[in-house]
Design a protein around this ligand. Structure first.
Ligand SMILES: C[S@@+](CC[C@H](N)C(=O)[O-])C[C@H]1O[C@@H](n2cnc3c(N)ncnc32)[C@H](O)[C@@H]1O
Length: 214
C-alpha cells in the first residue's frame, strides 16, 4: 500500500503508542501481560487501516487481538481507528511477517487471519506471497495446537495458488467458498476489510478458506 508520508506523524504516534505490543529484550512480543483479557490470541497479518481487527475486537471482546502491518503510516491509521473506537483488546506491531516466528511466541496463536494479502502475481515474486511455503512453515511455529488460518481474497489467482500451497505444505482445508458474500453460513459473521468493501463494490467475488495443520 503506497501512501504519502503523514503530517504530524510524531504527535499522532504519541497519542496511540499505548497500543503497541511491548517486546522483550529478545524482540519477542510480550503477550499475556499486555492485555486486560484472558482469552486466546488472534493474529492478523497485513491489517491495513484496521477495519477488520477493530470489527473483530467487537465480535470477540474477551480475546487478545494483535495486528501486524509492514507500512508504518498505514499501521498508524489502524491504531488511530482502534483508539477512536475505544476497543481495549487490540494491540499492534510494525513488522515484516517474514520475521513473525521470531516475534510471536511459539504455539501461541489460535487464529491467524490473512485478509486480501498482496497477490505478487509474477512468478519471480512468489516467495513474497503470504501463503508461500516459507510463510506456511513460519505459521506452523506460532500456531497453537488446532490453531486455524482464515484466509480471504478477491484474487482468484492467489486463491488457487494458496489452496495448493496449503495442501502441499501439511495443512488441511475446510470451509472453502468462492462467493463469501452470497454464502448463507459464512457471510453471517463476516467482517469486511477496506479492500473487501472496495473490491466487492466493483463486482469481484470474495474467496475464503480455513486451513489447519494436518
Ligand atoms: C492489499 S493490502 C490489504 C489490507 C487489509 N488486510 C484489507 O483487506 O483491507 C495488504 C496489506 O498487507 C501489508 N503487508 C504486505 N506484506 C506484508 C508483510 N510481509 N508483513 C506485514 N504486512 C504486510 C501491506 O502493507 C498492506 O497494508
Amino acid at each position: 500500500m503506497r501512501m504519502r508520508p503523514k503530517k504530524n506523524r510524531d504527535k499522532r504516534m504519541e497519542k496511540v503508542e499505548k497500543l503497541f505490543i511491548p517486546l522483550d529484550e529478545n524482540g519477542c512480543a510480550v503477550i499475556d501481560e499486555s492485555y486486560n483479557v484472558e482469552g486466546e490470541l488472534f493474529l492478523e497479518i497485513g491489517c491495513g487501516k484496521g477495519a477488520f481487527i477493530t470489527g473483530l475486537s467487537k465480535q470477540y471482546p474477551d480475546n487478545k487481538l494483535l495486528a501486524v502491518e509492514l507500512v508504518p503510516d498505514v499501521l498508524m491509521m489502524a491504531m488511530e481507528k482502534a483508539d477512536r473506537e475505544e476497543v481495549n483488546n487490540v494491540r499492534f506491531l510494525n513488522a515484516n511477517a517474514e520475521n513473525i516466528a521470531d516475534i510471536i511466541p511459539a504455539g501461541s496463536v489460535s487464529r491467524l487471519y490473512l485478509n486480501f494479502s498482496d497477490p505478487w502475481p509474477k512468478k519471480r515474486n512468489a516467495k513474497r506471497r503470504l501463503t508461500s511455503p516459507l510463510f506456511l512453515e513460519r505459521y506452523k511455529k506460532i500456531l497453537a495446537p488446532k490453531g486455524k488460518i482464515f484466509f480471504k481474497t478477491d484474487n482468484k489467482g492467489l486463491f488457487d495458488y494458496s489452496l495448493e500451497s496449503f495442501v502441499n505444505n501439511g495443512y488441511s482445508i475446510t470451509d472453502i467458498c468462492f462467493d463469501l458474500h452470497a454464502d448463507d453460513v459464512f457471510s453471517t459473521d463476516n467482517i469486511e476489510t477496506e479492500y473487501e468493501k472496495n473490491f466487492s463494490a466493483k463486482g469481484f467475488l470474495i474467496n475464503r478458506l480455513v486451513a489447519e495443520i494436518r
